[in-house]
Design a protein around this ligand. Sequence first.
Ligand code: CTP
Ligand code: CA
Length: 224
Amino acid sequence: ENDILGKLPLKGKKVLITAGPTHEAIDPVRFIGNHSSGKMGFEIAKASANLGAEVILITGPTHQKVSHSLINTIPVVSANDMYNAAHEHFKSVDIAILSAAVADYKPKEVASQKIKKKDSTLTLELEKTKDILASLGALKTNQYLVGFALETNNELENAKDKLKRKNLNLIVLNSLNDTGAGFKSDTNKVTFIDADDTVTEFQLKSKAAVANDLLNKILEKINA
Ligand code: CTP
Ligand code: CA
């Protein structure tokens, strides 16, 4: 519907998107995960394709479905898989939007057999995963790089810090404090902060509408 005037403003552009949670194996039958639905990333993928972009959608395990000739979906499981897939494609894209809820820690050792129930307590040693967004930020040449930030306190300050530390062009701050926003819901309340410190606050709206706001912002920036 966006080419009603024969205009597809992202035609010829390539967009990389990460979506969903990651699953970090504990043993062959168990993992550490989170409640991310993947909805935000899939809406961004659809909105990008509807504007004519060629989309590489790298997604952790979700129930989301999308079928669009311009969207190439790459399913992954762990943070490490997502890291590898993102690095494989980053050099060829114009825009990268990292909306995935990547696990920050993973089990240091993955048991090769199912862990049996024994003592009354069990301690798992965890180690940090690689930060995909920070790594792409360090490699960035001409790509427009967008990250998300999930904060519960000192929101603006923490988001601005992430924007700088990870060398981003734009960060989308997700407010978990607002009811109806966040991981499982169909709505989101966001604030955009860009590298020149412009802060734009939005009302609670559908994730599809947030995706459109985000792409409008990116178009404004890359065409400026
Ligand atoms: N991210 C990533 N790889 C990771 C962790 C996070 O690419 N291993 C990305 C997310 O996709 C998001 C951004 O980094 O775009 C910020 O994620 P967030 O969890 O808010 O911040 P962290 O840097 O992980 O810090 P913390 O969780 O301690 O706030
Ligand atoms: Ca994190």
